[in-house]
Design a protein. Structure first.
Length: 132
C-alpha cells in the first residue's frame, strides 16, 4: 500500500504540472482529473492559482468547486460573484453558491438596494438555471 500512495502523489504532481500547459483544453482536463483524484488540498490550491488562468480554466475551477461541495470555497465564490470582470464566471459562481446551499445569501443580494442591476440579473439567471 505504501507504493500505491507514493504513485498517487506522483500522478497528482504530474497532472498538476499540466496546469502550465499552453493548451487551454489540456488545462481544463487537468482540472477535471485533479478533482477526480480527491486530494484534500485541491480546492485551496485551485483558489491560490485561479487568477493565473484564462477565463475558460477559471470557469472549470468554479465547476469543480460546485461538484466538490467543499464549503471552503464559499468565500472565494462570493468574491468572484461580486467582483469578477467576466459575467460568465460570475454566473458560474452564483450557480455554485446555489448548489452549495447558499440560496439565502443570493436572495439577500437580490433584495439589497446597493446591488447593481447587473448583479441582480446574474443571480436571477443562475437561480433560473438551477430551479428549472
Amino acid at each position: 500500500s505504501y507504493c500505491i500512495s507514493v504513485n498517487a502523489f506522483e500522478v497528482y504532481d504530474s497532472v498538476w504540472n499540466l496546469l502550465q500547459h499552453s493548451s487551454i483544453e489540456v488545462r481544463i482536463r487537468a482540472i477535471q482529473t485533479l478533482s477526480a483524484l480527491e486530494n484534500n488540498q485541491t480546492i485551496p490550491a485551485f483558489i491560490t492559482i485561479f487568477s493565473e488562468h484564462p477565463t475558460e480554466v477559471q470557469s472549470e475551477i468554479i465547476k469543480t468547486m460546485e461538484i466538490s461541495r467543499d464549503q471552503r470555497s464559499v468565500d472565494f465564490l462570493k468574491e468572484q460573484l461580486l467582483n469578477h470582470l467576466v459575467i460568465n464566471v460570475r454566473i458560474s459562481a452564483a450557480e455554485a453558491l446555489f448548489s452549495l446551499g447558499h440560496q439565502n445569501y443570493l436572495s439577500e443580494l437580490i433584495d439589497l438596494e446597493s446591488s447593481s442591476d447587473e448583479l441582480i440579473k446574474i443571480i436571477k439567471h443562475a437561480l433560473q438555471e438551477r430551479i428549472c
